[in-house]
Write a protein that binds this ligand. Structure first.
Ligand SMILES: NC(=O)c1ccc[n+]([C@@H]2O[C@H](COP(=O)([O-])OP(=O)(O)OC[C@H]3O[C@@H](n4cnc5c(N)ncnc54)[C@H](OP(=O)(O)O)[C@@H]3O)[C@@H](O)[C@H]2O)c1
Length: 295
């Protein structure tokens, strides 16, 4: 069986990827601080900032393909620890790209809609990155550096991801539900627009580009543009909880401590033409709500 190395298996996307990917591949998954146990997955510790750690991981997994999801992925963490963000998000990605280039194996690098400034949506693959915070800046730098070191790399820019919590990670949906349960008022912007997608659909999209052997840049956004406020209402409806503490607000009327782009909607027609089929948020959230009840 071919060997697929998934970095960031203890993370939200990596964890979902590990669960889905096992039929055709022997999965090797990596964790950094959260040692995990995933049935059917061979787990390895990895610190992307440590060359020896990457060497050991590589020698054990001997991958035939890599999906790179490990990252310092929180905007705040990157803004307040830019050196660490650079080491993990840029330098770590470069090390992986060099290894995959040398081994001539597929590398899928997961990037973000936050490489864009949010002023000219919707964004297609030909639009040039223009990030406005450190996280977006470092992911854009990682994209460019990965392309330089490995022109055959596949870069998938992802939107806001929604899905069921896994043991070691969750997404904003669980955060909002916890705030609602705690009766904490939430101001959600009506002028901050995203194209959210179900993590399970994005996992399938990542496997689609891997299976098709395509390289270059691919957008894996959801099919509908939604404001943070409308998305919040949809989450409350889907989980049958109160909307009373969800308040509409305007990003443009608030001084944010970290700049956040207003509208980074992704145009994902190119991937959809290849077979990427993300659900509308309402259907995705219904599925997440049902699977969460089943756990
Ligand atoms: N989630 C989203 O909505 C979203 C949206 C757009 C793009 N993305 C992109 O999708 C990818 C996955 O995001 P995510 O939300 O799944 O992130 P996440 O839940 O924060 O997981 C990050 C993963 O990276 C690992 N990691 C952190 N520092 C590391 C280091 N120094 N060396 C090796 N591994 C390290 C973590 O390991 P430990 O937990 O074990 O420390 C964890 O497995 C990222 O590339 C992100 O930029 C995500």
């Amino acid at each position: 069986m071919r060997s697929l190395l998934i970095t960031g298996a203890s993370g939200f996307l990596g964890g979902h990827l590990c669960r889905y990917s096992q039929t055709d591949w022997q999965i090797w998954g990596t964790y950094h601080t959260q040692a995990i146990n995933l049935p059917g997955v061979k787990l390895l510790p990895l610190d992307l900032t440590d060359g020896q750690s990457l060497q050991t991981c590589w020698d054990q997994a001997r991958p035939d393909a890599v999906i790179h999801t490990a990252a310092l992925s929180k905007v705040g963490q990157c803004q307040y620890n830019p050196d660490r963000s650079y080491q993990i998000n840029v330098a770590g990605t470069v090390q992986l790209a060099k290894r995959c280039a040398q081994a001539e194996i597929p590398l899928i690098f997961t990037s973000t809609d936050l490489v864009f400034d949010g002023d000219h949506p919707p964004y297609g693959e030909r639009d040039l990155p223009h990030p406005i915070n450190i996280y977006g800046e470092h992911k854009a730098m990682a994209e460019a550096a990965a392309l330089t070191h490995y022109p055959a790399v596949t870069i998938c820019r992802l939107p806001l991801l929604m899905g069921a919590a896994i043991g070691t990670a969750q997404c904003f949906v669980q955060g909002l539900l916890a705030a609602i349960a705690a009766n904490t008022p939430q101001t959600l912007f009506t002028d901050e627009i995203r194209t959210p997608a179900s993590v399970t659909d994005v996992v399938q999209g990542l496997h689609l580009v891997l299976d098709q052997g395509v390289s270059g840049i691919w957008h894996l956004g959801g099919p509908e543009q939604l404001s943070r406020y409308d998305l919040g209402l949809l989450i409350a409806e889907s989980f049958d909880v109160s909307k009373i503490n969800l308040k509409p607000g305007l990003q443009s009327s608030v001084k944010l401590s970290i700049p956040r782009p207003k509208d980074v909607s992704l145009n994902s027609q190119k991937a959809m033409a290849l077979g990427y089929a993300p659900q509308f948020p309402k259907a995705a959230l219904r599925e997440i709500s049902q699977s969460s009840r089943a756990i």
